[in-house]
Design a protein around this ligand. Sequence first.
Ligand code: FAD
Ligand code: A2P
Length: 287
Amino acid sequence: MTQLQNPTPLAAPDQANKSLAPLPKGGNSAADQVKVTAVTHWTDKLFSFQTNRPPSFRFQSGEFAMIGLADNDGKAITRAYSIASPHWDDHLEFYSIIVPDGPLTSRLRHIQIGDDIILRPKTTGTLNLARLRDGKRLYLLATGTGFAPFASLIRDPETYERFDEVILVHGCRTIAELGYSQKIVADSRAHPLIGEMVTAQLHYVPSVTRENFTQTGRITTLLADGKLASSLSLPPLDADFDRIMICGSIGLNQDIAAQLLAKNFQEGNLSSPGDYVIERAFVGDGI
Ligand code: FAD
Ligand code: A2P
């Protein structure tokens, strides 16, 4: 990983010397701006960053907000971002892809400590514990940056109060793409507030599809052939006891939902909590 306190070798040459445009005047109140306090690049396509947290900014673990930067004309470019930090933390954290020509991330990739970012105050999302019925086990299934909302939920004590066991599966193409989730899980296990719960109740299953690794295969396959549950000595998925949250590409989300529907799992919402909830990690086919 590369801390941005030092010049990053990962910035594209064409963008590396462009300074970020100032935030738009007029359209953003001070309450819409936060300052970057840390940046870590995990691969040439993935980075995480932290900002200060405005005292009035409230959210529930697993939700997303609109964040952004100004373009060269001073117009705000904002996108949905899951908040990766838990609701109790005094800073905010985000985990980001870099889309080479993406309107936001081709700029966001260059942020440094001290830069201002737009943060809209409204938060929302479906990956919410309140949308799930009580159960024994909570499965959190993510690919790529879909891990971000779960980085929040696995650090929320309520997750461990509601469920005896929490099974976090993070699927990526390569081992390097697991760097962020590996660090968050390791830090959470050692954390003075939540470490005991995380160590006792969280199973972390990183899986890679395009390299050799201790665990390989798509999440859909690990679920369908029962290997996921059996490798953890857990019973097969059962709608009476298991609750599921899914966050990945549209293809992954649809494929898992189809498996769950075939096992009589019901999708949950706020008025009628259910057995599983789904959120897109992004819109489109992915990069
Ligand atoms: P865009 O014009 O927004 O995207 C261009 C294309 O890049 C998309 O059509 C898609 O094909 C691909 N793409 C975009 N985002 C991703 C991604 N995350 N993974 C793989 N391919 C992608 N992105 C994050 O990096 N972290 C998050 O926590 C996050 N949370 C989101 C939560 C929700 C509910 C939604 C709907 C999207 C979320 N996104 C997240 C995606 C994010 O909103 C932007 O699309 C992304 O930051 C790229 O912005 P852009 O302007 O550079 O490119
Ligand atoms: P694979 O390498 O077999 O395509 P991406 O970076 O394309 O979003 O993929 C992230 C991870 O999600 C990869 O391991 C990829 O596996 C996996 N994946 C992509 N689509 C699906 C799907 N429909 N079902 C299950 N896993 C998927």
